[in-house]
Ligand binder design. Structure first.
Ligand SMILES: Cc1cc2nc3c(=O)[nH]c(=O)nc-3n(C[C@H](O)[C@H](O)[C@H](O)COP(=O)(O)OP(=O)(O)OC[C@H]3O[C@@H](n4cnc5c(N)ncnc54)[C@H](O)[C@@H]3O)c2cc1C
Length: 447
């Protein structure tokens, strides 16, 4: 059995469980999860809700990968219509549930894509024309309406925008660090931090109902589970190098910046994205005008394509403005950040935004794994072991929905939240104005 060598934070111990709860746990099937990033936490939640006794192993003292380095944008509008968009909407509903049940800060702020160039405005109009029939909630805004929604947009040359009510803002550092405590308290999920998993081995085959997965740490301790889900982000090479080699997964490095914000009372409002973003998310692939826009950007500013730069801004519950980002792949990834990339991100944002203070507070980078076509890469390298990684730039948006769908499939117990997810979104522009006021009041109170 597992030795006392595991380092557990006191808050993570399930010592608070009653005797009856402990007895119930004894009879629950056991699942091990490797990695406490958003994908691992999403699987832990979905498994625990279905009655599994869940143990999560995380090699660091607290998760420090892509899941704490992102914008905190839950961004359904960026997903291609159909299954991916539906999964993102399901995820969004689960974020809102977390907010209600765990007291996590989740701001349903929505988003606005800005058009400062005619080809950007054409793409937004084309998208909006098609959106309703595809079940995507969005509407076009005039410059005046945008001004009413956010003080942050540069009105010079502004042609209009695309507003979507589905986007939310979370604080990734706080969320990833507080979800484990909530999972422990509510479901008795056990967390072993500072515990690197060195090896997994199946002791049966698919047909063997008694098959087990032996999970071994780098200390050499091991324990057996019915199932193991490996959610190790971009670090697949240490556990399953052969699967990684044939998976098509790429590693991608992104540079990010934060600003202090505009002081008490100044709120960004919705997440903001520039016309450069239209060439980044695949939802806009349905727009005939996209090719022109891509060609213009390649001709005018090839340096943006060279570093995969598009620009977005979000604001967290402390008022900080999070800005990004760039995309460098595989062999181009270096441990050293490029100040040129920071300058280009700021240059592009300063064309479209007017922020009260552009002083940079922090710079950082993150690395994720991305599959060229799938929203997540899944594989079962041996019986009872499942790999889930490769959520690319949408892990915060998709993970809760993806995990729900996977566990529904594995256990044939459907998600209770599927039907309710879409019906919760019906906010028009005027509703948004009211809800933004409420959010802004809440943020002012929290400062
Ligand atoms: C800069 C940046 C901005 C982004 N912005 C957004 C955004 O706004 N919205 C959005 O939806 N998505 C965004 N993303 C994408 C999103 O952050 C990722 O898709 C997601 O965080 C990936 O989660 P993960 O759990 O797979 O990986 P990670 O967060 O990297 O977690 C993997 C965990 O596994 C642990 N681990 C690995 N190997 C082992 C082992 N052998 N034993 C024990 N533990 C192990 C690691 O320590 C790590 O904590 C962004 C990503 C980056 C980098």
């Amino acid at each position: 059995m597992m030795s006392a060598r595991y380092t557990q934070s006191p808050a993570m111990l399930s010592e608070t469980l009653t005797f009856a709860e402990r007895r119930m746990l004894v009879n629950q099937p056991k699942v091990a999860i490797v990695g406490a990033g958003i994908v691992g936490l999403a699987h832990a939640w979905s498994a625990a809700e279905r009655g599994y006794q869940v143990t999560v192993f995380e090699r660091s003292s607290r998760a420090s990968g892509a899941s704490v380095r992102n914008f905190g944008m839950v961004w359904p509008v960026g997903q291609p219509h159909g299954k991916n968009y539906e999964t993102a909407i399901l995820s969004r509903a689960r974020w809102l549930r977390l907010s209600a049940e765990a007291g996590l800060w989740v701001n349903p702020c929505g988003s606005v894509h800005l058009a400062h160039r005619p080809d950007e405005w054409i793409v937004l109009q084309e998208f909006c024309e098609r959106a309703a029939s595809l079940g995507i909630a969005c509407e076009l805004l005039t410059p005046r309406q945008i001004h009413d929604l956010t003080p942050a947009v540069n009105p010079k040359g502004l042609l209009g925008g695309l507003s979507s009510p589905t986007e939310c803002c979370v604080n990734p550092k706080e969320a990833i660090r507080s979800i484990p405590a909530w999972l422990t308290e509510k479901y008795g999920v056990r967390f072993h931090f500072q515990t690197h998993i060195a090896h997994l081995e199946s002791t049966g085959d698919d047909a063997d109902v008694n098959s087990r997965v032996r999970v071994t740490t780098s200390y050499g301790d091991s324990a057996d589970f019915e199932k193991a889900v490996v959610c190790c982000g971009a670090e697949l090479q240490s556990l399953y190098p052969n699967v990684l080699a044939s998976s098509g997964l790429k590693r991608c490095k992104l540079q990010m910046l934060s600003l202090h914000g505009g002081g008490a009372g100044w709120t960004l409002g919705p997440h903001l994205a520039s016309g450069l973003t239209l060439r980044h998310y695949h939802n806009f692939d349905i727009c005939p005008g996209l090719e022109n826009l891509k060609n213009r950007i390649q001709t005018e500013t090839p340096e943006l394509d060279q570093f995969g730069i598009h620009v977005m801004a979000s604001q967290n519950n402390y008022g900080q403005i999070i800005l990004g980002d760039s995309h460098e792949y595989n062999a181009d990834i270096e441990p050293f950040d490029k100040s040129l990339i920071d300058q280009l991100i700021l240059r592009e944002l300063q064309k479209i935004l007017r922020l009260p203070d552009w002083t940079v507070a922090e710079h950082w980078h993150g690395v994720y794994a991305k599959h060229p076509t799938l929203p997540v890469f899944e594989a079962s390298p041996e019986p009872g072991v499942y790999l889930c990684t490769g959520t690319g730039g949408a892990g915060m948006t998709m993970s809760f929905g993806l995990a729900e769908k996977m566990w529904s499939r594995w256990t044939e117990s459907p998600s209770t939240q599927t039907e309710n997810a879409a019906s919760a979104i019906s906010l028009s522009f005027s509703d948004r104005m009211n809800s933004d006021r409420i959010n802004s009041d809440r943020m002012n109170m929290e400062r």
